[in-house]
Design a protein around this ligand. Structure first.
Ligand SMILES: *Cc1c(COP(=O)(O)O)cnc(C)c1O
Length: 383
């Protein structure tokens, strides 16, 4: 007898789900439906699809697949990670207060400090690794607790279950940005979070060829609110890009596994390098979040950061590496080296960056699928 869907591992569920073949033709790929509108046969009652902003069969397939992988009830696909995050923030109203992790992604920082403030939503940045500082920061009007773990780029680990419990106890919505780990390595809804958001541009898409965002919930009433906002805000993902994300997701487990194994080797090598002051990677046993990460996730992921002893060497290193692309972004088949101070966190003032450890000597490496020894050799010559 065939095992129940829920009993299958995520590795298998990436390939075997309700959209593994097309109901009408048997095609082993989801059809790309470009229609913006749908013919209605009945004046009084419209069919399942009416206008593609509210619903499109290709997008719906992606939304159902990601909901299944995150063990949620409903998924939503957006034009970018920031569209998913900003739409989620739209659950808040003027007068509400948002608790947000202090080393949050630069774009989420910008949205919080420069847009939400204008709309009358208050915020407090907190170190989410410290449960008591989260509790202390909660106000009577706190409505949302927003986590990102591992954080970017210093890879701090937030105890999701504990923070989600605090959030529930105070009637708040808890959100986790799961971009760095994907549902292959971490499923925040299982840990009690209310909403998972993703920049699917990164590991989920995985091939540096599409910008996309996803959100998943496990509660119909919250799903209805998010669906209403998705349709009202309108930042939906187009059918072609939905297809690219579904195509990329098929190899997500294999990619995450290979890149994580390689990242651990690189982190260990970097830690011993005389020119490296510090390595941030939750797979190293001296990382402060090592134990927590081992308990709440199925691996440390494929992103690490390292700080050079001599900050003036950054330019030389960046310009001498041959294999990784030097670029904004992460989570691709090719390794990506980036400079957070001037890339992902450029929106953050220097003083705020330094407080968070995002110094001018810090480089972030998203490990791809190259042979690890080749990456080590390349970094060796560059350093
Ligand atoms: C890239 C990224 C985002 C934003 O996603 P986009 O697809 O670029 O809009 C949000 N959170 C994290 C952790 C990211 O790395």
């Amino acid at each position: 007898m065939l095992t129940k869907k829920e009993d299958l591992s995520i590795q298998t569920r990436l390939l075997h789900h309700s959209h593994k073949h097309d109901r009408h033709t048997g095609a082993v790929s989801v059809p790309i439906q470009h229609a913006s509108t749908f013919h209605q046969t009945n004046l009084d009652e419209f069919g399942k699809y009416d206008y593609a902003r509210s619903g499109n069969p290709t997008r719906e397939a992606l939304e159902e697949i990601i909901a299944g992988l995150e063990n949620g009830s409903e998924g939503f696909a957006f034009a970018s990670g920031m569209a998913a995050i900003s739409t989620t923030f739209m659950l808040l109203s003027a007068g509400d207060h948002l608790l947000i992790t202090e080393d949050v992604y630069g774009g989420s920082y910008r949205m919080t400090t420069e847009v939400l403030t204008r709309l009358g939503v208050e915020h407090t940045f907190v170190d989410m690794t410290d449960i008591s500082s989260v509790e202390d920061a909660i106000r009577p009007n706190t409505k949302m607790i927003y986590m990102e773990t591992p954080s970017n780029p210093t890879m701090k680990i937030t105890p999701v279950k504990e923070i989600a419990e605090i959030s529930k106890a105070h009637g708040c919505i808890s959100v986790v940005d799961n971009t760095f780990l994907t549902p292959v390595l971490q499923r925040p809804l299982d840990l009690g979070a209310d909403i998972v958001v993703h920049s699917a541009t990164k590991f989920i898409g995985g091939h540096s060829d599409v910008v996309a965002g996803l959100a998943v919930v496990n509660d119909h009433s919250l799903a209805n609110q998010l669906r209403f906002l998705q349709n009202s805000f309108g930042a939906i993902l187009g059918p072609q890009d939905c297809w690219l994300i579904m195509r990329g997701m098929k190899t997500m487990h294999t990619r995450m596994e290979a890149s994580s194994t390689s990242a651990l080797k690189l982190a260990k090598w970097l830690r011993k390098h005389p020119d490296v002051k510090r390595v941030y990677y939750p797979g190293l046993d001296d990382h402060p979040g090592y134990e927590k990460q081992r308990l709440q996730a199925d691996g440390p992921g494929a992103v690490l950061s390292f700080e050079l002893k001599d900050r003036s060497h950054v330019k030389k290193v960046v310009e001498s590496v041959q294999i990784p692309v030097f670029a904004v972004s992460l989570g691709a088949v090719e390794s990506i080296l980036s400079y957070p101070a001037q890339m992902s966190h450029a929106a953050m003032p220097a003083a705020e960056r330094n407080k968070r450890g995002i110094t001018d000597g810090l480089l972030r490496l998203s490990v791809g699928l190259e042979k690890t020894d080749d990456l080590i050799q390349d970094l060796e010559q560059a350093l």
